[in-house]
Design a protein. Sequence first.
Length: 481
Amino acid sequence: MKLDIKWLGFFAIAFGVFASVTEQTSAQILVPKVTDHFGLSLPHAQWIMLAYILTVCALFMPLGKIADKIGRKPIFLTGLITLMLGGIIGSIATTYSVILIAKVIAGFGGASIEANGMAMIADVFGRKQRGKAMGLYMSIIGFSAIAGPLIGGYLTNIYNWRALFIFNVILCGLGIIIALIIFRNKELNIQPNQITGAFSFDWRGSFLSTATLLIFLLVITFGNQEGWTSLYISSGIFLCLLLFFLFIWQEKTTKDPLLDLGFFKIKTFSLSVTTRFLAFLSMSFSGFLMPFYLIQIMGFTTTTVGVLLAPGALSMAIIGPFSGQLSDKIGTKWLTAFGMAISGSALIFLAYLNINSNITAILLGLTLQGCGAGIFMSPNNSAIMNSIDSSHFGIGSGFMNLIRATASLSGIAIATTIVVITMTQLNFEPNLSNITDSSDNGIKLSFISGMKNSFTIAGFIMYVSAIISIIRGEPKSMNNS
């Protein structure tokens, strides 16, 4: 197969992923504007983002598994069409409820695209080029994450929040046209329909996984707000554990499980997934707390904060392809370990930021963390995908995206809890408005102490992840094409 066909395929996949990720990240700009337009309270406003996040997380695995069976192209295209439909509905919405419906529909589209994007890249590029392709794929996600808020800010300043939905409709329309043209090429090696008889699917396992994830994410999201020992949260934890064990039992006893538990007997797969979870868990500590530190403590404007946060994301996006290409030649374990060690050291460095820290120190810490993440991500993704058979790339990709999302939300909850406990122990109310309004540096120093504790813990988690990366070894040769 000619190289240009592969890269044309990559372009079509990347364009769809760009549309999905920018839709998600531009919500940072969308939510405040919609909240103001409809006069929403903060609890109502957060559901605009939660509607999308919960839908995406719940559907990652089922849609990945279905794509393994009926083919990846139709699921990917369905995702673009559904994402566009969500944009159309959102652009004409006249009530808050319609906005929520639009975000749920868009979440279905986003899950269809992102659950299959990485699987399609793994299909198109054989083992010898997979690391480089995965690196470029991660770069697309990184640049999309930066572009979303920038595009959102520009469009809402020039027009209004409806322009964001319209922009995504146009983007998805172009993505559909590009995909239809490029995917027609029969030389493009993307897994087709595998069904030879009657269609079978683990509907019970899908229901149990979806219910487990929804309850888990709601518990994580509202745990600090309601109190971890409250009746609602305690009941949610119990129900989540019950459904999880029922899901494990279902997957062990069914002939065609949603998630083959045999994957976890593969050392490289199980340990690489573990390091992925720990990495995103730790990175979410700084991703969540640094904006508060920069705005509430240091007094920077949101524009300045955007500039300060950009180098970390850019360094990850730039280094990713080079790290992935290098992993194709020398293997994955040492690069993943090195990347985690750098990220861990960066978090320890950030833990020592204080009320008098200068911009150079802040940029250095964030850029180092981005470099470490860039070195880690592509080789780790390759290790996971190379350790399973290509017929399972869809569920593998969906599961990886699920790990990313659940780890990030879990990290935010843990970081928040650590800061709240620290500030409370220092006799300060953990209220961010108090930090902004107070001229007393005591409350600001209490927040910094909580942030230091959080980042120190996150740094050591990264070091543990580096050790796991070393002992996991390299994946056995399963996909050499």
